[in-house]
Design a protein around this ligand. Sequence first.
Ligand SMILES: [Zn+2]
Length: 352
Amino acid sequence: MSEKIAVIYSDKYLLHETGSHPESPIRVKKAFKLIQESQIAMEDKIIILPPLKASQEDVLKIHSGELLETIRRLSMAGGGLITLDTVISPQSYEVALLAAGGVIKAVQLLLKDDFKKAFALIRPPGHHASFNRAKGFCLLNNIAIAAKNALENGLRRILIFDWDAHHGDGTQEIFYDSPNVLYISIHQDGRTLYPGTGFINEIGRGEGRGFNVNIPLPPQATGRAALQAIRELVKPIIEQFKPELIMVSAGYDGHYADTISDLMFTTDTYYEMARILSSEADKYANGRIIVALEGGYHLKYTPLSILNTIHGLIKEKIAYKDKKMGRQPAIERYVEATIIKIKKILSEYWSF
Ligand SMILES: [Zn+2]
């Protein structure tokens, strides 16, 4: 049986202008149109809601005042580059607060029990933004700001699962010492892709040891590898951690048609990952799962992958079936060996 899902969106997300950059307004515009015109929207299973605007106070629990002020000043001054790959336009400061506020809105809807599932169709993305730095197309760390909001509302165990092709170095850094936020990232190996972090021995620090899990995949790995890692590593950890809320940093740049990474996921991969995590949320988190957009730059497959994610979250049948990927014996063996290594490293904290 399927249920309703909140989709958080505003046209104001289009006002963060990036010029000829892959992280363009058209990505979310096209995704929103596809969602609006979908069969499940016609059947009233999707409720579109506007974001909140994050307050300065919300942001300053995660980021430095210096960073927030730099973004504000650069926006006021008409924009510019905050790092070589990360653009600021006149409206970017406001839009960044709305992106973080989009995920806060989702947290609040779920905590009020108005919804169990939410998709925050936001931009700019957030998972590379760290305490003191905006980078990698990200200004503020949206999911971290919202997770902090959930912690302050009394939650004690939050899982952030990050399936963007890039490692979420910002999110990892922010919660590296925390046993309350378990960060698990599956991404293309940092030796072959930005930001060059996310190795298996990065497992957290102090009380946070064991609460940071990285699953690097080699270039060309398909969704089969990701699903295998989820079955063998992520599910057992979820079953022991028992999160009260699952949050997903959902980048779609691991799709085979997305030229920014070398992963070979399909739209089906995102459907399957969403379906599995949604079932885990049903088992342990009172059904609560929030998916927030990160990367994903292909103008056809990112929207389709987002729609498939929504279908997976509410257990509808798949919306768009992609092409089938062939078996890759060498890569599969490599991934299997990586999984064994990760299990060994984490065996002090989790049993497999
Ligand atoms: Zn990415």
